[in-house]
Design a protein around this ligand. Structure first.
Ligand code: TYM
Length: 357
């Protein structure tokens, strides 16, 4: 196995159902862009990237957190959805190099074991404070322990591979902070066994963004866009019809300020549209904001974003249709061999620290 000094980049997306545009723009597309810049797919790009700390390729770990999926109901479609989710990366333009590794979390048992060990490092109090846990348990009589323990398994996913950069949406930054805290606590006790992932502000910088990504619910832009939103008009799914999707954008909630400007606090609906436009077109957010500065017609902005999203979905869906399942299955076989090797080596160090070996 080749090792490099370049920082490992890792992410995962759960596959409980179809992905929303939020999942795609918040995590999948940033991951594909980082992977292509740092995996050795484009050596010229790598050497000249402003963010590159090393000219060596980074290991790019893309995994399916299928054990995280079972905190909610799953059905017989899980396997098919899992394969499809990995095809999404390819359809989004992921270039394959020997440094790109695809794997399923449940096929690397070290994740579950490290999760248990980290449970003995984490405290109930800090897990109780996790916003995602509070949201998912609010008003419920009974909540499964997996929902509570979710961030500890996520920490194991990251720490097993010494991942430094973890492209995720802004809603996951709290879990990233927890991961850093658990790693630090462990290292203070046992020595430098874990690499701490970068702080959220450095993650944002590495992704070449000005802030973390939180795509908003189209109808209620105070909230993030979520697969579980009751109204179909609140969310854009990657499988949405590219023409029909325009209607959803045209009916997005805005405000009565009457100016097109980026102000998530006072104008979350308009800011959300500017954010979406920037990511689907691949332009820096600042450029999109400047283009619309001084404009007042919300309808014009909606029309432009509707066109951009529609074109983006049509192109993406056409590429997806061309990718056979076998393309992913072959990658998983190699990826899981690699992941087990790396993860087991780290787990062994941890087991030794706890006198389990
Ligand atoms: P999941 O499946 O809930 O979300 C997958 C990714 O999509 C991002 N996301 C969004 N980003 C911007 N705007 C939105 N509206 C939006 N909705 C979702 C999430 O931030 C996430 O990046 N816990 C992870 C899965 C995971 C993981 C890991 C990720 C498990 N272990 C280790 C990285 C490293 C999650 O949120 O999945």
């Amino acid at each position: 196995m080749s090792t490099t000094s370049a920082p490992t980049i890792l992410t995962g997306l759960r596959v409980n159902s179809e992905f929303t545009l939020g999942n795609f723009l918040g995590a999948l597309l940033p991951m594909v862009r980082l992977a292509n810049a740092h995996s050795g797919a484009n050596p010229a790009n790598q050497a000249h990237s402003a963010n590159t700390e090393s000219t060596q390729p980074s290991h790019i770990n893309i995994f399916v957190p299928d054990l995280h999926s079972i905190i909610a109901e799953v059905d017989g479609e899980l396997q098919q959805n899992l394969i499809k989710s990995l095809k999404y990366y390819l359809a989004a333009g992921l270039k394959l190099t020997p440094h790109v590794h695809l794997y399923r979390q449940s096929r690397v048992p070290a994740h579950s074991e490290l999760c248990w060990i980290l449970n003995c490092v984490a405290s109930m109090g800090e897990l109780n404070r996790m916003t995602q846990y509070k949201d998912k348990s609010e008003g419920k009589d009974s909540v499964n322990v997996g929902i509570f323990d979710y961030p500890v398994l996520m920490a194991a996913d990251i720490l097993l591979y010494d991942a430094v950069y973890v492209p995720v949406g802004e809603d996951q930054f709290q879990h990233l902070e927890l991961t850093r805290r658990l790693a630090q606590r462990f290292n203070n006790r046992f020595g430098e066994i874990f690499t701490l992932p970068a702080e959220p502000k450095d993650q944002i910088k590495f992704m070449n963004l000005s802030e973390g990504i939180r795509i908003r619910d189209l109808q209620n832009p105070e909230k993030k866009m979520s697969k579980s939103a009751a109204s179909e008009n609140s969310k854009i799914m990657l499988s949405d019809d590219p023409t029909a999707v325009k209607k959803k954008i045209m009916s997005a909630t805005t405000d009565s300020v009457g100016k097109i400007q980026f102000d998530m606090f006072n104008q979350p609906g308009i800011s959300n549209l500017l954010q979406i436009e920037a990511i689907v077109t691949g332009l820096p957010l600042q450029d999109v904001i400047s283009t619309w500065a001084g404009e007042t017609h919300y309808g014009d902005l909606k029309q432009k974003v509707a066109e951009s999203v529609s074109t983006f979905l049509a192109t993406f869906q056409a590429k997806l249709a061309e990718i056979p399942d076998s393309a992913v299955l072959d990658l998983l076989a190699a990826g899981e061999t690699y992941a087990n090797e790396v993860a087991n080596a780290k787990l062994y160090q941890v087991q030794k620290a706890f006198h389990l070996r």
